[in-house]
Each structure stands twice: as structure tokens, then as C-alpha cells.
Design a protein around this ligand. Structure first.
Ligand SMILES: NC(=O)c1ccc[n+]([C@@H]2O[C@H](COP(=O)([O-])OP(=O)(O)OC[C@H]3O[C@@H](n4cnc5c(N)ncnc54)[C@H](OP(=O)(O)O)[C@@H]3O)[C@@H](O)[C@H]2O)c1
Length: 338
């Protein structure tokens, strides 16, 4: 009897403990579910606000200022973004490396949108030596918007196979330019207590990406830079936006052979959507279908992203290398005939 008594006593004690644990787990579960539900609701609210409600409601010149600087503005997203700003009446300062393309783009903007332009020829791959000249050419311009768009992407390769010189070019163009340009333009924005900086990052900023390790890392740098400067400037009337597109059909993504679609918009469709989010969101893809992709990507565990992107990049690398070998072979065949 005594043994049974002891057993029932033990059972009662264990039951009490289990009930206490169950209740604790139930509370943790409820809090976790509530947090997840609140996060999802806030994200949905943000999507509706950024992609639907806020579109086309603001005067960019009044809100930010009469001039915008766009780096890498003679092609792709940069050119399309400059066109959208010009459509809104903003005068454009174009910075790129080809004088002919600069002149042509500036003329198009002036005749189509009746805005003023200024062109600055600069090669961002050169590093720190170019900024004194850029800074002096920007003197006297009331700059309200800086779009740090310039960026280059080499085809996927293993890190050790990329020549060191190419790595420095990637660093100078993809992160050196945005860092230096922001440092040049921000003080006058702070003085006026208005302005916007847009850093074009990419959804590759979300996870480390094998075979485009440096490109992806430069985009993470830009995302972190944007968020930190946004925090520093939030009480100074300045907006710093991290703009994180997925694929956009430009010269950079020619290797995909994809024509523009809903998931891979043309640069002009992308820019129209992205500009409408300026001043509304400090971190966005700028384009609703990309926001859906972003959500999916951000939920993937890192190992799965690494594995998937590694396989995809291996396929792109092999295809690109084959195309390059074929091109070289054709050139060699032609050479003796010349
Ligand atoms: N396309 C995408 O799917 C995608 C996705 C995510 C993020 N992004 C980012 O979006 C930005 C624009 O990409 P994009 O696809 O529009 O590129 P793009 O079509 O290749 O255009 C790049 C622009 O930058 C200029 N540029 C290139 N190297 C330069 C240098 N060393 N100095 C000065 N200007 C230079 C080019 O001038 P030239 O015409 O003289 O070469 C061109 O105007 C990049 O930062 C990229 O990383 C693109």
C-alpha cells in the first residue's frame, strides 16, 4: 500500500509539473503566434501602402529639391530611373563613363521632358581619384535626390578564379561610388533638411551567394550602409532608401536570354514602380512581384539558398564559358582571312 501511495504521490507531483510546462509552452506558443501574425499584418500593410496607396501622390521637386544626380545613367535601370525623375520635372545630372552616351541621354531627357541636364564623365572603376573633380562639378547645384545606381556584375565564377584587378573594380564601382557620392552630397541635404538618397542594392543582399560572392557582398554592404545612414538622418528630413530589385531585363541580365515579363520587368517598368516608392519606404524591392520573390527568398534557410544559387550559378558559368570559347574560336578562324 505504501508503495502505491508513494506512486500516486509521485504521479500527482509529475502531473503538476507537466501542467506547469504545458501552460508555459502554451503561453510561449501564443506569444510567438501573435508576433508572427502582427509581423505578417504589418508587412501586408507595408505592401499595400508602398505598392498601391502611395503611388503618384507626391511632388518630388517640392519634397526633395530641383536636381537629381544619377550614377550609371546611360543604360538600364539608371537611365530609366533618370527618365522617371525627369518626367516628374526634376533636372538631371548624369554621371557615366561614355561621353557619347551621356550626350545622347541628356539630349533625350531635355527634348522629351523639358528639364535641364548636366553631364559628368567619370569612370567609377578608378577609385578615389575621380571624386574631387565630381565634387567640384556639382558645386552650386541644389541637389535633392542622389541615385547610387552604378553597379557591375561579372558572370558567376569561383572567388579564386576572379582576377584581383576585377575584384577591385567591383569594389570601386559597386560600393566605393555609393559611399563617396553619399559623403559628397549628404552635407548639403542635411543643411537644407531635405533630400533623398537611393542605393540600388539587390535581393542577393539577403544571403551569401556562392560564385558571385563579391557582387552579392557589395549589395549587402549597400543595404547595411543605407539602413545605418537612414537611422542617423531620420530626424534631419532625409530619406535613405535601400532599393532591392530581383531580375530586371537590362544589359546586365542578358545572359538569362529572358525577354521582359511580369517577374523580369523592363528597366522602364521597374523604374516607374520604384520611383513611386521614393520617400514612402526606406527598404523595398520597389516592384510588387519582386516583393513576393523577396518574401520567399528571405524565408529560405541559408543552406538551401546557397545550394540552389550554387547550382544555378554553375549552370550559368558553364554556359557563359562555352559561349566565350565559341566566340574566341570563331575569331581565331576569321583572323587569317583579315
Ligand atoms: N539588372 C538587374 O537584374 C539588377 C538586379 C538587381 C540589382 N541591379 C543593380 O542595378 C544597378 C543597375 O544595373 P543595370 O542592370 O541597369 O546595369 P546596366 O544596364 O549594365 O547599366 C549600367 C550603367 O552603369 C554605367 N557604368 C558601368 N560601369 C561604369 C563605370 N566604371 N563608370 C561609370 N559608369 C559605369 C554604364 O555605362 P556604359 O553604358 O558606359 O557602360 C550604364 O549606364 C546596378 O547597381 C545593379 O547591380 C540590377
Amino acid at each position: 500500500m505504501a508503495a502505491v501511495d508513494r506512486f500516486s504521490f509521485l504521479f500527482t507531483e509529475i502531473s503538476k509539473t507537466i501542467t506547469a510546462y504545458t501552460e508555459a509552452f502554451a503561453i510561449i506558443g501564443t506569444l510567438y503566434t501573435a508576433k508572427k501574425t502582427l509581423n505578417t499584418a504589418l508587412q501586408l500593410y507595408d505592401v499595400v501602402k508602398v505598392h498601391l496607396v502611395a503611388r503618384g501622390q507626391q511632388n518630388l521637386v517640392t519634397r526633395f529639391g530641383p536636381w537629381a544626380v544619377v550614377t550609371g545613367s546611360t543604360d538600364g535601370i539608371g537611365k530609366a530611373y533618370a527618365q522617371e525623375l525627369a518626367r516628374a520635372g526634376v533636372n538631371i545630372i548624369l554621371i557615366s563613363r561614355s561621353q557619347d552616351k551621356l550626350r545622347k541621354t541628356a539630349r533625350e531627357l531635355e527634348t522629351t521632358f523639358h528639364v535641364e541636364t548636366l553631364t559628368i564623365k567619370a569612370d567609377f572603376s578608378k577609385g578615389s581619384e575621380i571624386y574631387e573633380s565630381i565634387s567640384s562639378q556639382l558645386q552650386g547645384k541644389d541637389i535633392g535626390i542622389l541615385v547610387n545606381n552604378v553597379g557591375v556584375y561579372d558572370y558567376p565564377q569561383y572567388f579564386v578564379d576572379v582576377p584581383l584587378e576585377k575584384l577591385w573594380q567591383l569594389i570601386n564601382i559597386n560600393i566605393g561610388a555609393a559611399t563617396a557620392m553619399s559623403r559628397i552630397v549628404l552635407p548639403q541635404m542635411i543643411e537644407k533638411r531635405k533630400g533623398a538618397i537611393v542605393n540600388i542594392t539587390a535581393n542577393t543582399a539577403l544571403h551569401p551567394t556562392p560564385q558571385i560572392a563579391v557582387y552579392a557582398a557589395t549589395k549587402t554592404y549597400l543595404d547595411f550602409l543605407s539602413r545605418a545612414i537612414q537611422y542617423e538622418c531620420k530626424d534631419k528630413g532625409i530619406t535613405v532608401q535601400s532599393l532591392m530589385p530581383s531580375y530586371v531585363a537590362t544589359r546586365m541580365t542578358q545572359f538569362t536570354d529572358a525577354s521582359p515579363s511580369v517577374l523580369i520587368p523592363s528597366a522602364s517598368v521597374y523604374a516607374r514602380h520604384a520611383v513611386s516608392t521614393l520617400g514612402i519606404s526606406s527598404r523595398t524591392t520597389g516592384y510588387f512581384p519582386h516583393t513576393v520573390q523577396f518574401w520567399v527568398s528571405s524565408m529560405l534557410p541559408e543552406w538551401l539558398w546557397m545550394w540552389g544559387s550554387s547550382r544555378l550559378n554553375s549552370a550559368i558559368r558553364r554556359k557563359t564559358q562555352l559561349t566565350m570559347q565559341l566566340r574566341e574560336a570563331r575569331l581565331r578562324e576569321k583572323l587569317p582571312q583579315l
